[in-house]
Design a protein around this ligand. Structure first.
Ligand code: TRP
Length: 368
């Protein structure tokens, strides 16, 4: 593997909508902690608009509208532009070039096997009766490998649905380095230790928060919106009377509490219990009502979301500053990614005009 002295993080999101608390516990909160750990030399967060276009080609306005939205989500969660470089994918042409060369190292059979792409194809109805699979969409794991390797990232903190992408990236790195020499860095995936945080269900109890299902709690939701969403959350449909025994498995309120509630929250807001285990025990036994659980969850979430709302309000009052952050971040990222592209092209012997060796090589081949 190419020698890597630096610790570099790269991660990103598709700007297809505002970010929600699933993104937050799955990844954003962690990024801020990594940023504050001081263990990383460089941290890049990519707004993956080009990837978002692979299945939104006919709706560019949606992607455009979400560039500032996602940047605001980042900043309001506490990503600090002094420590974390926020950049825009389509403004980094080196990524497109790298993708093109990596395509030669991946078979169509390998792409077909990627489980994330497979399930996304199904979800979007591209296969049966749909319009077919756009080539750009089909190959986006290759473009994502370009994202990661262009920054020479050795650490990629993402949700567990991204595992196949990282695997595919590592294969590309291995193949590239075997064929052309040790240039690229093999990245490690960094998953959240708390399994509940890796994939938070929707407020309706469905497996995933998704804009199209209308079951998201957004980081930008107001207190009032949060209240409404929590009060209508899915719990245990068989828990009708307070005295009925209740089920916590598959009960979205308890899943969220597992992701967010700490013992300190109990002390502060619900001293009837020392911790979540005690509360669950009472719910299972019967005698604990849903409304009480929801009110507690609302307090816990408000404590987490309030500082985020405050920072958002501050940044939202100065959108030109957000724009400048994106511009400066993208410029820095451009330099980083251009350097990697130059290394890659040199290794592939397609750096013809870096020096004039092409001339002397021809001459020595034709020497009498
Ligand atoms: N595929 C990621 C997602 O859907 C977004 C993404 C694009 C990404 N490029 C990346 C994540 C590089 C990590 C690293 O969320």
């Amino acid at each position: 593997m190419a020698e890597q002295k630096k610790n570099i993080i790269l991660t990103g999101d598709r700007p297809t909508g505002r970010l929600h608390i699933g993104h937050y516990v799955g990844s954003l909160k962690r990024r801020v902690a990594l940023q504050e750990s001081g263990k990383y030399d460089e941290i890049y967060v990519l707004i993956a608009d080009a990837q978002a276009l692979t299945d939104n080609a006919d709706n560019p306005q949606k992607i455009r509208d979400n560039i500032i939205e996602v940047a605001l989500d980042y900043l309001s969660c506490g990503l600090d532009p002094e420590k974390t470089t926020i950049c825009i994918q389509s403004e980094l042409p080196a990524l497109t070039e790298l993708s093109f060369y990596y395509m030669n190292l991946v078979t169509t059979a390998r792409l077909e096997r990627n489980p994330t792409v497979k399930s996304e194809i199904k979800m979007r109805g591209y296969d049966d009766g749909g319009a077919g699979i756009p080539v750009g969409f089909y190959t986006y794991p290759i473009s994502q490998a370009a994202d990661i390797t262009a920054f020479k990232a050795n650490c990629v903190p993402v949700g567990d649905d991204q595992m196949p992408m990282l695997e595919q990236c590592r294969e590309i790195v291995h193949k590239f380095n075997t064929v052309y020499g040790e240039v690229l860095v093999e990245p490690q995936i960094m998953l959240n230790d708390n399994e509940t945080c890796r994939r938070l269900p929707g407020t309706d109890g469905k497996a995933k928060m998704s804009k199209s299902l209308g079951n998201c709690i957004y980081l930008s939701d107001t207190k009032e919106e949060l209240h409404k969403k929590i009060m209508s959350m899915y719990t245990d449909p068989n828990h009708i009377n307070i005295t009925d025994p209740g089920q916590v498995e598959g009960n979205a309120v308890f899943t969220y509490l597992t992701a967010f509630a700490t013992d300190a929250h109990f002390e502060k807001y619900l001293p009837d219990y020392h911790n979540l285990d005690e509360m669950k025990e009472h719910y299972r036994r019967g005698g604990l009502g849903d409304v009480k659980c929801k009110k507690f969850l609302e307090k816990v979430l408000n404590e987490e979301l309030e500082p985020i709302r405050e920072r958002r309000a501050k940044w939202a009052a100065d959108i030109p500053a957000v724009y400048e952050i994106l511009k400066a971040g993208t410029e820095k990222a451009r330099r980083t990614t251009e350097q990697t592209l130059a290394d890659v092209k040199a290794a592939m012997k397609i750096n013809y005009f870096e020096d004039s060796a092409l001339i002397s090589e021809w001459q020595s081949r034709h020497e009498a």
